[in-house]
Design a protein around this ligand. Structure first.
Ligand code: SF4
Ligand code: SF4
Length: 380
């Protein structure tokens, strides 16, 4: 149960502008949703005018469409192709560089400080994804210092979901649709013919401090009931479902299930699913040098278990077939991750389903392997 720092309050829609300005004045780079390239993505907001007012989306396996809403909701869409991991765990990061001057070489670590981020509109599944990445990057003895700094400096304004997308299944993963912790403030958009307000829950001292400077009123019982009804409606309208009971064991016991061959025939091994996934964290490092040989850089970039080179060790790839790579991804995500980190690697955001060019659906594949699993073939 989350500790209440203060009672929920209500702010008018226009007050969101003040909140964003206050954060910018406090030195935050405020990141939020906006329409770009026919999708809702996350990038730095100049002001709330950048928010996707009146836009929603329709998502299905392999399909994403922006649609105009009949109202002026600011957050009337579900998650798009971006996740907050691109800010906390950047796709490309220079780790160190080396310069040769005459016979001398000097190494320098990249110490460019990251901006202080304020994230606006973080969904509950995304808060859970951040908590999962924390387990990876903040492990005692293996801490990623840059991630630690970016995470510690961030201010999080969560958003309780008012719409469930066609590929969402957070209720199956117990990760939403209500934000229950890990935020500074949490908003619920209260919008009808007579009002456009936000219910604001306060989750940290920093959140409480920010709210002291903006106009608000205490939430009424009616406001709280309206917000609860919005969440209940969202939970009832999940586009997908995944039965997780016994799933880990069923997946781990069926490495030779015929469905792996079947899905491999459809999978392009393009890695889209891992790029859009808010929890996938794999990286590779590479060294580059200028043509004169005077400077070189050591950089880290996102990689994917769908790339055959990713599992290359001397002599060849461990996962040389598409079947092997898909099986590695799905069983890691939904089974081995639990052994490794004590939690599933999936938060049910549905991105991998929407952005798979061939419409492969993790919920369908997991169910197919789990529900009709034959005993493994006798190898003798
Ligand atoms: S499952 Fe889909 S998105 Fe993932 S690698 Fe295969 S084709 Fe690409
Ligand atoms: S595996 Fe798919 S549904 Fe699960 S968190 Fe990753 S992108 Fe979202």
């Amino acid at each position: 149960m989350r500790k209440e720092l203060a009672s929920p309050v209500v702010i008018a829609e226009k007050v969101l502008h003040t909140l964003v300005c206050e954060l910018q004045n406090a030195g935050y780079s405020v990141i939020g949703p906006m329409v770009r390239d026919q999708a809702i993505i996350y990038d730095e907001l100049d002001s709330v005018a950048d928010l996707p007012k009146g836009w929603g989306d329709q998502q299905q396996a392999g399909s994403y469409r922006l649609v105009k809403r009949p109202d002026k909701a600011l957050f009337g869409y579900t998650v798009g192709p971006h996740s907050w991991k691109k800010f906390l765990h950047p796709p490309h990061l220079r780790l160190w560089s080396v310069r040769r001057t005459g016979n001398e070489v000097s190494f320098s670590h990249d110490e460019t400080p990251s901006p202080k981020y304020a994230f606006l509109g973080v969904r509950s599944c995304e808060l859970h994804a951040m908590a999962i990445q924390d387990k990876v990057f903040l492990q005692a003895g293996h801490e990623d210092a840059g991630y630690h700094q970016r995470r510690n400096d961030s201010f999080i304004i969560a958003l309780n979901c008012g719409e469930a997308g066609g590929t969402c299944f957070c209720t199956s993963m117990d990760t939403g649709p209500q934000a229950t912790g890990g935020f500074d403030l949490a908003l619920t958009e209260l919008l009808d013919a007579d009002r456009h307000d936000f219910l604001v829950e306060i989750g940290s001292e920093a959140g409480a401090k920010l709210m002291r400077d903006v106009a608000s009123r205490e939430a009424s019982a009616k406001d709280l009931t309206t917000a609860a009804n919005i969440l209940a409606r969202t939970a009832e309208n999940m586009g997908r479902h995944l039965d997780t009971k016994g799933l880990k064991e069923r997946l781990q016991e069926n490495p030779e299930h015929p469905r792996w061959d079947e899905v491999a025939a459809r999978c392009l091994s393009c890695s889209n699913c891992t790029m859009v996934c808010p929890t996938c964290f794999c990286t590779s490092v590479e060294d580059t040098a200028d043509l004169a040989g005077d400077t070189a850089e050591h950089s880290r970039h996102w990689d994917s278990c769908f790339n055959s080179d990713f599992s290359y060790i001397h002599g060849g790839s461990i996962h040389s077939s598409v079947k092997s790579r898909y099986r590695q991804w799905l069983t890691h995500k939904l089974a081995h991750w639990i052994d490794q980190f004590g939690t599933s690697g999936c938060v049910g955001c549905g991105r991998c389903i929407t952005w798979c060019p061939t419409g492969i659906d993790i919920t369908e594949e997991a169910a197919a392997i789990g529900s009709t699993a034959p005993p493994p073939e006798d190898a003798s």
